[in-house]
Design a protein around this ligand. Structure first.
Ligand code: 13P
Ligand code: SF4
Length: 321
């Protein structure tokens, strides 16, 4: 259904109607930096995975509308089960989460007994429930550093973040071989060519990127970390190696700076890399889910309680502002 059709139906603009419903239902809208600009603009909070998890845990709203992907909405429900958690499109998955099926992960853990299990938050509630610690890209290094040196570690499901952490922490870890299809889509050849055209630009990258991209990056960090970096850095130009939705917020913060999205290997309309799962959410779906209060995230209570333990440990690790 188009925006125009919905607006005709409700007799108001979609933005006004979402505002009205949000107030009527005491709802909060949380959006990730990879969401469409119009969704970011209407959200109560826009953040990275860790910030969104914290807001979800602390909110006093009755309803949480999660403009992100399924594992993020599940995380909100794990942390705040009394709230009704809605996701505009339940098909909004994630290649990392989908690439780590719980039954395979169970076998993997059985093959490596005695390991501390650290999982990146981009995984299902079942995988979270099998973990000792959950981390996000904002606090992964702190989590690994907190584990006694003699303890062997399994890190899943992102092998790129895992390899980066091995380099940063000096810890050997057994890695699950998953990856983010968005961050693996960058072309190193095109990136180097672009950098040669803009030698004064700093390359900044998300740690889900492949090692050859991270090696040429001047700064590596989570989405929130990358935004803070462009704000504080003296550089005037950046090549940004993460999902292109981040550019909306970044450019608002630093309108005077030049932000260039890192190029994807495949020719596409944006010459960048976009997450098809994140982009499944639209303003119309957001409006419908707030109005109808579905699709709703519902979790098995035993599973939720098991997943809560490592998730609460994750929130204890606060990255420096
Ligand atoms: P962060 O927002 O935590 O950096 O994660 C990026 C990401 O890929 C979320 O799916
Ligand atoms: Fe998953 Fe990558 Fe999309 Fe994030 S950007 S939701 S890690 S597929």
């Amino acid at each position: 259904m188009s925006v125009v059709t919905v607006e005709k139906e409700v007799g108001a603009s979609l933005v006004e109607e979402v505002d009205r419903l949000r107030e009527e239902k005491n709802a909060v809208i949380l959006a990730h930096y990879y969401q469409e600009p119009e969704i970011q603009d209407i959200a109560d909070h826009v953040g990275d995975s860790l910030e969104l998890a914290r807001w979800a845990a602390e909110t006093t709203a009755d309803v949480i509308v999660f403009a992100g992907v399924k594992f993020m909405a599940e995380t909100a429900k794990i942390l705040n089960p009394q709230k009704k958690v809605l996701l505009p499109d339940m098909e909004a998955g994630c290649s990392l989460s989908d690439g780590c099926p719980p039954s395979e992960f169970r076998k993997f853990l059985d093959e490596h007994p005695g390991h501390v299990v650290v999982t990146y938050v981009n995984c299902s509630v079942e995988v979270k429930a099998m973990s000792d610690y959950i981390c996000t890209s904002s606090n992964a290094e702190m989590v690994i550093d907190s584990i006694p040196k003699e303890r062997p570690i399994i890190f899943a499901p992102d092998q790129n973040l895992g390899k980066y952490l091995i380099r940063k922490t000096g810890r050997q870890m057994v890695l699950w071989e998953g990856s983010c299809m968005v961050h693996e889509a960058f072309s190193i050849d095109k990136l180097l060519k672009l950098h040669a055209e803009h030698p004064d630009a700093e390359i900044i990258a998300h740690p889900e990127s492949e090692q050859h991209v991270l090696k040429v990056a001047g700064f590596i960090g989570s989405t929130a970390g990358m935004i803070r970096h462009v704000n504080s850095s003296k550089a005037e130009k950046f090549i940004v190696a993460t999902e292109a939705g981040i550019l909306h917020r970044m450019q608002k913060d630093v309108p005077e700076k030049l932000l260039i999205p890192a190029p994807a290997a495949e020719e596409n309309t944006c010459s960048c890399s976009e997450c098809g799962f994140m982009k499944m959410n639209t303003m119309e779906k957001l409006y419908r889910c707030l109005k109808d209060e579905r699709p709703e995230v519902v979790l098995d209570e035993d599973l939720r309680k098991q997943a809560l333990v490592p998730m609460l440990r994750c929130l204890e690790f606060k990255p420096k502002p």
